[in-house]
Design a protein around this ligand. Structure first.
Ligand SMILES: Cc1cc2nc3c(=O)[nH]c(=O)nc-3n(C[C@H](O)[C@H](O)[C@H](O)COP(=O)(O)O)c2cc1C
Length: 372
């Protein structure tokens, strides 16, 4: 069943046993202050046990609080969290999956930073972030390097740089949010300068350790970053030797626009982004976005639209997805379905811990008890 989906592939010199990965999914399970809790460990153990080849752990901050999405963002910026991070990597690997951790600076979406930091002071949900100085940007690059080294020391197999969702790295690429007139603004070459500096400095510090990149292909905003420009950035990333590019679209400013809500209900709503990027570069590409069925996932791989599948809510809604697909029991899959009105997203944006309304009653009750 699904020979392409269940074939192995080498990524950054590491062998992935199949084409399925867990895409990063922040659910608010970390403790206040970004600690690795028992709930985080249990959640990722379950995700790794599912049979996916690699689990990419949710965005973890490189600089608290200015780089943290929330007070429950896992902290990768302090040695105090090393024990938790080490347990997390071991937990995932014990279940037979590779472990990768995504590191991030939330930039203008850092809810607990005051002021938030950004390339330029462009109003964001009523707040005006402060423009970074070149010296501050140098310090942030250093924080990315330090966090990546912690990820390596903690025993993860790879690190992923978060260049999606409108967070700091992607906000430099966007003509909407980057109005700088120095060497970090203006031309495409300038817009990609800061994220490329981060990539190069991280890669040079971690040495022989794969560095993946979560890639914003299109902001889905009229004046935002478009696929035509992001393709050029993908080429630069590939040339710099990133291990893979994981494609996504949208930012917090576009996710809730009526037409975006409409098309993101569809199966595979971001696959075309991955397919376009894949044609341009020679490193593995991950496609995500409501990849609900095994046959659809198989086609994405067999038709060469992507090399790997990223399952986020899809896997969380049913951690048995890979097994059910492999064994031809697709009819038994519990599907993530947009009719729930995006409950998980709404819960986490309100600072709450997420649950999936599609879980069977027993599981829902069990997890709600764990979350109090
Ligand atoms: C609640 C929520 C949290 C997310 N957290 C992250 C994250 O931490 N990092 C990231 O790169 N993407 C994040 N994403 C995007 C997912 O990785 C994925 O691209 C998207 O949900 C589509 O895949 P899916 O339909 O399988 O969920 C998140 C999405 C949701 C809904």
């Amino acid at each position: 069943m699904h020979p392409h989906l269940f074939s192995s592939i080498s990524v950054g010199g590491k062998e992935l046993k199949n084409r399925l990965t867990m895409a990063p999914l922040y659910l608010g399970y970390a403790g206040e202050g970004g600690t690795v809790t028992d709930l985080v460990l249990e959640h990722y153990r379950l995700m790794a046990k599912s049979g996916v080849a690699m689990v990419v752990v949710e965005n973890s901050t490189v600089d608290h609080p200015t780089g943290s999405g929330s007070n429950r963002t896992i902290r990768a910026d302090t040695d105090k969290n090393m024990e938790g991070l080490t347990n997390l990597a071991a937990n995932i690997k014990e279940q037979g999956a590779l472990a990768c951790l995504q590191i991030n600076h939330a930039g203008r979406f850092a809810a607990i930073a005051d002021p938030a930091l950004a390339p330029s002071p462009v109003k964001t949900f009523g707040r005006i972030p402060r423009a970074l100085t070149v010296e501050e940007m140098r310090k942030i690059r250093k924080r990315f390097v330090e966090a990546a080294l912690r990820v390596k020391t903690a025993g993860f197999d790879m690190v992923e740089l978060h260049g999606g969702t409108g967070y700091l790295l992607s906000s430099f690429l966007s003509p909407r949010t980057n109005k700088r007139v120095d060497e970090y603004g203006g031309s495409l070459e300038n817009l990609e300068r800061f994220p490329m500096e981060v990539v190069r400095e991280v890669k040079s510090a971690v040495g022989n350790f794969p560095v993946g990149y979560r890639f914003l292909a299109d902001e889905w905003l009229p004046d935002g970053l478009k696929l035509a420009e992001s393709v050029q950035f993908a080429r630069s990333l590939a040339a710099s030797g990133v291990a893979y590019i994981s494609c996504m679209g949208g930012t917090y400013e576009s996710f809730f626009l009526p037409d975006v809500i409409k098309f993101s209900r569809k199966e595979g709503y971001m696959v075309h982004l991955a397919a376009t990027i894949k044609q341009e570069i020679n490193v593995p590409v991950i496609a995500a976005g409501r990849i609900a069925s095994g046959s659809f996932a198989e086609r994405i791989i067999s038709e060469g639209k992507a090399d790997l599948i990223g399952l986020a809510r899809v896997l969380w809604a049913d951690p048995e997805w890979p097994e059910k697909v492999k064994e031809g029991k697709e009819g038994e899959i519990i599907h993530c379905h947009p009719d729930c009105d995006e409950t998980c997203t709404k819960l986490v944006t309100k600072g709450k811990r997420a649950f999936c309304v599609r879980w069977p009653h027993e599981k829902l009750r069990e997890w709600k008890m764990k979350m109090v």
